[in-house]
Design a protein around this ligand. Sequence first.
Ligand code: AMP
Ligand code: MG
Length: 328
Amino acid sequence: MTGECPTQVMPAGDLAIAAAARVLGEGGLVAFPTETVYGLGADAGNGEAVARIYEAKGRPSFNPLITHVLDAAAARRLARFDPAAERLVSTFWPGPLTLVLPKAPNCAVAELATAGLDTIAVRVPSHGVARAIMAAFGGPIVAPSANRSGHVSPTTAAHVLGDLGGRIDLIVDGGPAPMGLESTIIACVDAPVLLRPGALARARIEQVVTLKAGAGVRASDNEGAVIAPGGLASHYAPRARLRLDATSLYSGEALLAFGREGIAGADRAVLTLNLSTRGDLIEAAANFFSHLRTLDTCGAATIAVMPIPHAGLGEAINDRLERAAAPR
Ligand code: AMP
Ligand code: MG
């Protein structure tokens, strides 16, 4: 972890809202209350800001994050809504309902925020402080729960400070989160399916749409792997074979490089992309999924991957590389 930075705590109000918007604009991290739990926010369009969320939370893997916007119109610029999704949001937004939807073609959210998936989780919160910060910032904000990975979700500013103090820039204290439970997550990719039970009861959802039976048991701390009912990808999987910890390159291979050093035969690569020439793991995380996607479509059957250090975000990068390399 690069770790320590002073964490400011400000009571919700005009000063705090302006400070939050400024920090977000500079790529920093701001915790703020929503009606469900406290979220840890970053500029959704800034890959390095998103990488800092994983670093601050100490997540050992890149799980996709929920993108927060002010209204359904803003959500429609990020995702494709089917009729069931439209019915759900006209009934329950703003509020504690998250939808997982197919990404829109020009979705302005960093690839890392969706962990390389073709789907995106979106929500319109109702909490006044969250909405004021979103309005002042003026763009989509990704915000997972503001806790260290594996810890319970925080419902007060004091919880956030205890868990993330020294690791984030600002906490806006707007009192206890009213519901104290995470949002309910429904995927509308094909038939609507419950991915995570939460603050909006299943029975209320079923008054509006029919839910496919059987899905939706998730790790209790919400930080675990994404479950993948019928047709939903659980993690990004390239078509090309991945060869990890490569120290030389065979002809016909593409190269995912890291750092300044070269490897033998690198000049033969079909295409080379470097995660971070200066060896910065935040930059590497921000580039990871988009570089992998580009190399996957360059025609090479194999992508050779140079060794990535395991420190800090390197753990999450290596976790994703191992999954992507696993035989299918
Ligand atoms: P949190 O923000 O901490 O409440 O957790 C967000 C939850 O949303 C995690 O459990 C993620 O796995 C889930 N999630 C976010 N995006 C997607 C997606 N595209 N597909 C499936 N699940 C998702
Ligand atoms: Mg969480």
